[in-house]
Design a protein around this ligand. Sequence first.
Ligand code: RIB
Ligand code: CA
Length: 313
Amino acid sequence: MAARPIIIDTDPGQDDAVAILLALASPELDVLGLTTVAGNVPLHLTSRNALMVCELAGRPDLPVFAGCDRPLLRRLVTAEHIHGRTGLDGPDLPEPSMALRPGHAVDWLVETLMAAREGEVTLCPLGPLTNVALALAREPRIASRIREIVLMGGGFFEGGNITPAAEFNIHVDPHAAAAVLGSGVPVVMMPLDVTHKVLTSRVRLDRFRALGNRAGPAVAALLDFFERYDEAKYGSDGGPLHDPCTVAYLLRPELFAGRRVNVAVETASELTMGMTVVDWWRVTARPANALVMRDVDAQGFFDLLFERIARLP
Ligand code: RIB
Ligand code: CA
């Protein structure tokens, strides 16, 4: 079977890095390229980090394009308090020797999707949805070329993480999220309700550390840093591995369970800005616009992750 073409839109971020490594280690997926967006840290750092992750994976050939450096309308909010000053604190990785491709990520997204067949390409947004929303606004015809958008973002029963009501990716650019969810493109949403069920833990980090390659210990160092904030906040053993849930779904969808329902985004109230209002019990007539995941086989997720990260250099 031909590998599934995907594009990862990302704001690395330690958990983004693990998602990218998982995708690049999986022959079922044909990663056409990465597009970077401002989010966890400013754009120049998310772009640098994306290049470093490609080189860690032994993929200096992979096209990486820098995208939007701020949300559509709102001021950029970043998360150095979680990801560190560089956004990839933890391991001592070398500065990238590969370069960004010339041109803006949104232009590359439009060109690539317009050259694709109907429903051919899957998008995996792992950060604020600014690039994806702008590409859809620039050229609405790309919507028919997108097979589905499998995104990490939102939260409902679990509440928010950057505010009591909103998850970071959606809160940073709620207008972009509303546009993507209103685009008619099939969306699979990995909210905090499911990502908070895949926690790293000491034992799991030790298993990454012992993989015997370069990537395993680097993942352990990335997650060792990344999990500190959530461990302190939630009192948990380990932190949630948000972004890899998207790629794991593409590889083994049976690990996840959810419901196709309506998701609306708050874009008016400052109190709940970026809240994803999930009509889980279908009490409104709003159309189902997303497959919202709520449960996951956590051990199956980590077994997949270990097996694939072990394949990397
Ligand atoms: O709320 C978690 C999300 O925000 C993850 O994608 C993390 O990388 C940050 O982008
Ligand atoms: Ca991210």
